[in-house]
Write a protein that binds this ligand. Sequence first.
Ligand code: ADP
Length: 878
Amino acid sequence: MAEYTPMIQQYLTIKADYQDAFLFFRLGDFYELFFDDALEASKELEITLTSRDGGKGNRIPMCGVPHHSSKNYIAQLIGKGFKVAICEQVEDPKTAKGVVKRDVVQIITPGTVMEGSMLDEKANNFIASVTPFENRYGFATCDLSTGECSITLLDEDWKGVCLQIQSVGAKEVIVPSNVDSESRVMLRDQFHLTVSIEDDIEIPEPLHTISEHLDVPEIRESAERLVSYLVRTQKRSLDHLQRFSYVDRSGHMKIDPNSKRNLELVETLRQKQKKGSLLWLLDKTVTAMGGRLLKQWIERPLVQQAQIEERLEIVEAFMQQFFKREEIREQLLEVYDLERLAGKVSYGNVNARDLHQLKRSLQKVPQVKDILLDMDHTGLVERSGKMDPCQELAGLLERAIHEDAPLTIKDGNIIKDGYHEGLDAYRDASVNGKSWIASLEQKEKERTGIRSLKIGYNRIFGYYIECTRSNLHLIDEERYERKQTLANAERFITPELKEKESIILEAEEKSVELEYELFLTIREKVKEYIPKLQLLAKQLSEIDVLQSFAVVSEEGQFCKPQLSEDGTLHIVSGRHPVVEKMMNRQDYVSNDVYMNDEREVILITGPNMAGKSTYMRQVALSSILLQVGCYVPAEKATLPIFDQIFTRIGAADDLAGGQSTFMVEMMETEYALSHATDKSLLLLDEIGRGTSTYDGISLAQSIVEYIHEQIGAKTLFSTHYHELTVLEDSLERLQNVHVKAVEEDGKVVFLHRVEDGKADKSYGIHVAQLAHLPSRLIDRANELLGLFEAKQSDDSSDPATRNEVVNEPSNQLSLFEHEAESKPRQQKGKDQNAVLSHLKELELLTMTPLEAMNALYELQMTLKKDKREESKWVRSNS
Ligand code: ADP
């Protein structure tokens, strides 16, 4: 250490406390990084790596970013999951003795971003903390930008906990140091989370109110760990943090993270985009706060009948009172993000423009209140009554803050005339001084007769009188003092000019200082309103979401659903709202769904691509829509309240997590079976597809039987195993339905219509034909199918016997038997067999369309190569 310069020693001492962050070390107008930080940051940020003398001629690596453009660089590092510790000079370099004192003033981490440009306005930016206890975990989350804090207990295993963190969309997670390194690695590598350690659970006195109501020690400890971390990293007042709300998970419909993904509630499965998700469909909110609340509602549908009905009724009121709804939308459109604004105020980085926006937002509230009051719905009238529009605050801001204040808060022009006498006096002095100077210019022009004489100002000399060289002889040198000589002019000052100048400058300086002070006082005043603003934000965002439901329901021609008491689920002419929206509405075939206690398990058969999975999803989405309080896409619907929804849909392969598709399928099924109750909804799509036929059928059948006998959950089960349709005879609450397809001119036409009964055949070969597999291959497949069917009707339906058909040598028909034996043809037969077996093994469900195209292309190329080989052979033999 001793060999380093005092400044580098200071750097190293500070850095020792911030090992897990890039230390941005303030040096003049730059933030500099040294040693390993410099090596790594120069790569991550693609900036030049240099070096400097660290003492005794040792060069140490260094790189730096200008202070004024540091935000972009910080954003890049945070975006990559790193943390940045901002180290500032904390004393005035002019008066400092020795090395200027420096200290870390803030640690910016992915979960604690406050900078507007780094936040998605319609999504929360959550940071989570997890604290392990004997057989459960405390799970706290906070959005620092809005101050929302919530806490719950999880009884999942570690993987389940990770999935929960991922599904709330947290970017960073805080754990105590006793969480083993394997678990931390899982968070970091499999779930791409920034992991931070916090062992402290003591929080400063002023923040006690946010957690003191949590009386279960485990819950309280988890909450306080999170707050401790925020206090330690942010190093400032966090007055906007709201009391932790305890999320009782039984108070909401549970949708596990897999199901949430599968149902594409907030983003699409493959592209991870909002467009195409349920959230996208429902989002007609006009405020950012409403957008965020909508997302929270979708992730946590209700289960209490009264609350659901209350929301539905408000939506109905907004549907019926169209003009008032439109007026509300118009007013809300101008309401700024009050929640994040409260965060900024508390954080100390609010500027005059933000306050101006706050005023404009508050000025809209009385109108919103009036419209609600005037609506024909008691719930809305009540809500109107509860809104405090904070008009004293709006009045203060109206009197104080300039409409076109600049972004900076230290350069003046923020406070309006008439707000403060002292400020007005300074401004008068400055204005008077300036007009005195203007009249002096006029007087001097007249006195000297120099028309071009002028009075100017610059930072170095202050005010001066300028006279061109050719007029110098007209000047009375006695009165003027020469100050500066230019190429063709001279500049002069006079004692009285200097006297006025000092009055003007002093007034200006003082007024800027005073403005800043006044601004800070106003900001403190706004701070007192934080809880009120947060409450108002909640009230307005709720109205925003409910009006959004009304807009969507109207546009999509949704209907107001009825809640059923006896478990009946009856959807008449239901649709999948997103699939419908993505296509021409006329082309969408609506379908009925009927389930009750006698008709609990629906077994769906039908060709691939017929619409089985769309049908199943539409049931789940309609239930979620009802339970968030929105209308549902149907002509008529009666639905029960589900406690949970589970899905096992499509292929969510977890290759990164090191699990095979089939293993994932089984694990998801296990999760569903072990958690579902008779109040749950289960969607199981093509269970058993990921293994061999006989394994698959056996598993599928036993799963259906298990659900039917042991769980009693409403279940939609789609399968391509036609063998399962016989279950209808033995399981009394099981009903076969099929998605209709018909053959026209030997081709399959999907009708997307769901009818009772089983599918007549599987149409797999027709689908292959639609995919333009070679016609010879299709013929051969039909031929084999004929054989299987004939054999099946001869034998018992025992799959084992059927298996023999395939394996019997006599039936291993060479593919294109009408062709004569020949050498290339033997090779060709092999290739074609290979093509077929490859084709058979393709896991279509796990492939993207592009992968499927590529696979098809390769198969085709193999066959084409055959053709070329053959014609070569024919030519060489002829
Ligand atoms: P499956 O699960 O039977 O393989 P999907 O449910 O994935 O089939 O549906 C395949 C495609 O068919 C969908 O992407 C959609 O374009 C279309 N489709 C499904 N159901 C309908 C419907 N009811 N009306 C119109 N098109 C539909």
